[in-house]
Ligand binder design. Structure first.
Ligand SMILES: O=C(O)[C@@H](O)[C@@H](O)[C@H](O)[C@H](O)CO
Ligand SMILES: [Fe+2]
Length: 355
């Protein structure tokens, strides 16, 4: 499997060459964050992005994310224009060697947390989700908390310009059901998967984070049944999944090892996010170090099935804690992600030797 790190481009506090210093890192996962969802990505920006990574000796073959405009999720007539832009962006990305595009289909918000820097016992801090602090509060309050907690770092999915129209967005989603949202996803996939085929790109939908309804908005990428329904709806290898152990793992009912096994054996998961979360009695969770017994995720079990299935796709260590005084975008410090990366590769190396 190919180990990558998420890199936030010119907005990242981590110098690109540092990723190369993590043993085993072959590439970075990039994105263009100043272009609003729905717009066609300018070729010049894509070219610069890929060239910068390559100049640092790193591949850039995965994009996270090309975000989907809410009009597509809402199924509005204007969606066709945004889908055309999406296709055009796919063609540009393929021209510069992109192989996988990660995206999500969550209404309005991307990931949701109540705390971006919850203090842990060891003096580090991590992202956390407490139901009482999210569910039942005014979404504007949550947006305020997230933007304050981000300490000036741009947070994809939480763009202040877009969220300024939050009231209208919520009105537009009124009455939206899981069924209709799913139909809108299928409409989108039917349009873009043929283009993906032509471009040799694999689309990889990211699970909802957390994988349950928040603020009454429907969620359709929560569990094994949802994943299966999505890949079957347009049953082509290009219609793939990003398996994220942290997002799916927020629901203890999800059998992560079985899910990672099933979709990697089918070769329908071109991209993986590996991280760990820990639950408390109330069902709340916070993020922890990647090491297996630190949290609820069976990290070793996941790596074992990936190895058994001879996984050849891309993976990246997902959110880490903030440790050793590092300051940066919540979840995306270098130090803890690098520790997680080395831990996971250690497991892989032993399995390789035993094969
Ligand atoms: O939590 C994160 O940082 C990521 O896993 C997501 O934001 C992910 O990039 C998007 O949901 C994918 O579209
Ligand atoms: Fe993820």
């Amino acid at each position: 499997m190919k180990m990558t790190f998420r890199w936030y481009g010119r907005d990242d506090h981590i110098p690109l060459p540092y990723f190369k210093q993590v043993p085993g890192a072959t590439g970075v996962v990039g994105g263009i964050f100043h272009i609003p969802a729905g717009e066609d990505w300018p070729e010049e920006d894509v070219k610069n992005l890929v060239e910068q990574a390559n100049a640092a000796g790193l591949e850039l073959e995965v994009i996270e994310s090309v975000n989907v405009h809410d009009d597509i999720k809402l199924g509005l007539p204007s969606r066709d224009r945004y889908i055309e832009n999406y296709k055009s962006t796919m063609r540009t990305l393929s021209k510069y060697g992109i192989k996988v595009i990660c995206y999500n289909f969550m209404p309005i918000f991307d990931w949701t947390r109540s705390d971006l820097a919850m203090p842990l016992e060891d003096g580090s801090n991590a992202l956390a989700y407490e139901r009482d602090k999210v569910e039942g509060i005014d979404p504007n309050e949550l947006i305020k908390n997230i933007l304050e907690g981000s300490k000036g770092h741009a947070m994809p999915g939480w763009e202040p310009e877009r969220l300024a129209g939050i009231k209208k967005l919520f009105e537009q989603y009124e009455g939206m059901t899981e069924e209709r949202l799913f139909d809108n996803l299928v409409y989108f996939l039917e349009q873009i998967i043929p283009v993906a085929k032509e471009c040799n790109i694999r689309m990889a939908i990211h699970p909802d984070d957390p994988p349950w309804s928040v603020f009454g908005l429907p969620r359709i990428v929560k569990n094994d049944a949802d994943l299966e329904r999505i890949i079957k709806a347009v049953d082509e290898p290009e219609n793939g999944l990003t398996l994220c152990s942290g997002s799916l793992g927020a629901n203890l009912d999800n059998d992560l090892v079985a899910i990672f096994d099933k979709y990697t054996a089918m070769d329908r998961a071109p991209f993986l996010h590996i991280r760990n979360v820990k639950h408390n009695e109330k069902g709340d969770f916070h993020e922890v170090a990647h090491k297996d017994e630190t949290g609820s995720v069976d990290v070793k079990g996941i790596i074992k099935v990936l190895h058994k299935n001879n996984y050849k796709g891309y993976w990246r260590p997902d959110h880490g804690r903030m440790i050793w005084g590092e300051e940066g975008r919540p979840g995306y410090g270098l130090y803890d992600r690098a520790l997680g990366a080395s831990y996971i590769q250690g497991i892989w190396d032993i399995l390789e030797e035993e094969r």
